[in-house]
Write a protein that binds this ligand. Structure first.
Ligand SMILES: Cc1cc2nc3c(=O)[nH]c(=O)nc-3n(C[C@H](O)[C@H](O)[C@H](O)COP(=O)(O)OP(=O)(O)OC[C@H]3O[C@@H](n4cnc5c(N)ncnc54)[C@H](O)[C@@H]3O)c2cc1C
Ligand code: FES
Length: 281
């Protein structure tokens, strides 16, 4: 059992939990994730380790209420427990002194990029962070991102904050003007794909953190299969970070929608009867 020791609402459907998990806090590195299960009949979902405090023995998970399990997770309060957490899982981010790094994040990817930019900055890089949100109210962690970046640039779709447009508009301006050593992108798949297309033309090394469906997180079930440079890889053990220019994006997009119908039925059942545990698979 893993106790929730603090809970913060970051935007209307994004929450930050600090959870007691001393072994994970001790061993976690940036880019790694956990898989949690809320109760015996619950599904297993992956969430990035967005922060850790070794002394307190806690980790932070920041999640967007996207469907049934994340919404159910959001109903928990301080003092409640998450039944199972497995981690840290996946390969840590490649951290070295690259020079100028651009970190691009969108949506809840903003939370996932934070531990990465912290380490990249500490390694002596010049870190330009670009974040995007649909509007100002959905922008999260601005102060934390600013504190861990050399420069922070913001785009909102409606222009309510930062520049009006997409993160890719800002990225294209920068890469047209100056030498960039590496780009790191995390967020919605269409955004990562657009970043990849843009940097591929200029041959700028680009890493993306992929988010395929995951079940066991140990490389055994095959759910997170992705094609990288025409080779099969399992994102839970070989990733989640990969060379963006080698990702088969169309396959990833198609596999992400494999269970849409089941996910929607499960969410509807949950909304109608949140207390019932018999349909919680
Ligand atoms: C390595 C990794 C790290 C992630 N980190 C975060 C994070 O820090 N914060 C965050 O908000 N989200 C994160 N996600 C996405 C998160 O796992 C999904 O939003 C969550 O599983 C949705 O479950 P649901 O039941 O609430 O919604 P559902 O309605 O079941 O699904 C909504 C969408 O989420 C995706 N999804 C569903 N089940 C899974 C699953 N078992 N594994 C992966 N994706 C799934 C699908 O694309 C689906 O269409 C991460 C995903 C991966 C692979
Ligand atoms: S989640 Fe099962 S192989 Fe990766």
């Amino acid at each position: 059992m893993f106790k929730i020791v603090s809970k913060k609402l970051l935007s209307f459907n994004i929450k930050n939990y600090e959870v007691e998990a001393p072994d994970i806090a001790k061993n976690a590195k940036s880019g790694q994730f956990i898989i949690l299960r809320l109760h015996e009949k619950g599904e297993r979902i992956p969430l990035t380790i967005a922060g850790k405090n070794k002394e307190k023995g806690t980790i932070n998970i920041i999640f967007q209420e996207a469907g049934k399990t994340t919404t159910e997770l959001g109903t928990l309060n301080i003092g409640d427990c998450i039944r199972d957490i497995v981690g840290p899982l996946g390969q840590p981010t490649e951290i070295e002194k690259f020079g100028t790094v651009i970190a691009v994040a969108g949506g809840v990817g903003t939370a996932e990029v934070l531990p990465v930019i912290k380490d990249l900055l500490s390694a002596g890089n010049r870190v330009i962070t670009i974040v995007g949100a649909r509007n100002k109210d959905l922008l999260i962690l601005e102060d934390e991102l600013r504190a861990n970046s050399t420069e922070l640039l913001i785009a909102t779709n409606d222009g309510s904050y930062g520049i009006k447009g997409f993160v890719t508009n800002i990225l294209s301006d920068i890469i047209a003007k100056e030498k960039v050593d590496i780009v790191y992108a995390i967020g919605p798949v269409p955004m990562m794909k657009a970043v990849s297309n843009m940097t591929k033309e200029l041959n700028i090394k680009t890493l993306v953190s992929l988010n395929p469906i995951m079940v066991d997180g140990t490389g055994m079930c095959g759910a997170c299969r992705v094609s990288i440079n025409n080779e099969i890889k399992f994102a839970c053990v070989d990733g989640p970070e990969f060379n963006a220019h080698q990702v088969n994006w169309d396959e990833l997009i198609s596999r992400l929608s494999l269970f849409k119908e089941h996910e929607s039925i499960s969410f509807e059942n949950f909304k109608h009867n949140p207390e019932c545990k018999c349909h919680k698979e």
